[in-house]
Design a protein around this ligand. Structure first.
Ligand SMILES: *Cc1c(COP(=O)(O)O)cnc(C)c1O
Length: 247
């Protein structure tokens, strides 16, 4: 994909986000754009940086680590990286080193790991709980109850380097708009429950909406849309084993 295309794509997507905000009466700028750069090279991320993009999403720790350390070495220091893919326990340390948020926390056992490494790095991690709301992949907590239990542990002060800032989900890949909407509204309802039960926790973000469904997500209250394909073009999965929908 050429330079002009990426710049043009950012213009189009940002405009579409603004229009969607307006259409449902939300404030302009209330939805953040997370540019999902997985499988795309550093050069293309630099094109995005020229468009003043600072928030990026990556799903594989090793890939993110090499690309974003390279960018840091080049002097890009104000980038924000959100990890959005399934996280193996043995990658938590690297994940904590390079990212400011982990959106794909899907089990309780990650919390003490994140706490340990962030305490070592002397930083606070923004954590999002991922709820499985029906996409084909298996990612995310399977029940709201598990999320409420984890939130309670964070609220009890057990993990001082963990900030529960939001929730994330992926809608099912379907043409059925009602199903997509249902997935997003269930995430919004869970956030409202958390806000009532744990007012001391800063759960404010709803990370939902991808290239194919972000307009619906914005109507349903999304505060962060994670968009890859519409910005960077199709991903080239050749040469990887990781070809599932969550790749
Ligand atoms: C790849 C990915 C995205 C971006 O998907 P597009 O359809 O390319 O916009 C968003 N969220 C997650 C969790 C992803 O893995």
């Amino acid at each position: 994909m050429t330079e002009t295309n990426i710049a043009e794509n950012f213009k189009i997507v940002r405009q579409q986000i603004n229009e969607a905000e307006k259409k449902c009466g939300r404030k302009e700028g209330s939805v953040k754009l997370c540019a999902v750069s997985k499988f795309h090279p550093v050069e293309e991320i630099e094109e995005a940086l020229k468009c003043s993009q600072i928030l990026f999403g990556e799903n594989r720790v090793q890939e993110a680590y090499s690309k974003f350390s390279a960018l840091k070495e080049k002097g890009f220091n104000n980038l924000q990286l959100h990890l959005i893919g399934a996280l193996q326990s043995n990658k938590v340390k690297k994940a904590c080193e390079i990212s400011c948020a982990i959106e794909s926390v899907d089990r309780e056992s990650l919390l003490p790991e994140i706490e340990k490494h962030c305490s070592f790095f002397n930083k606070t991690m923004e954590v999002f709980f991922e709820l499985h709301t029906g996409e084909d992949s298996k990612s995310g907590f399977k029940s709201e109850d598990e999320i409420l239990i984890c939130a309670e542990k964070i609220a009890s002060g057990k993990f001082p380097h963990v900030n529960l800032t939001g929730l994330m989900t992926m809608a099912p890949f379907t043409e059925d708009e009602a199903l997509i909407r249902k997935s997003f509204s269930s995430l919004r309802n869970l956030k409202e429950k958390l806000n009532v039960s744990f007012p001391q926790l800063p759960v404010k973000e709803l990370s939902m909406g991808m290239s194919g469904d972000f307009k619906i997500a914005i109507e349903e209250g999304s505060t962060i849309v994670r968009i890859g394909t519409s910005l960077f073009g199709r991903r080239d999965y050749s040469g990887t084993e990781n070809q599932g929908v969550n790749a």
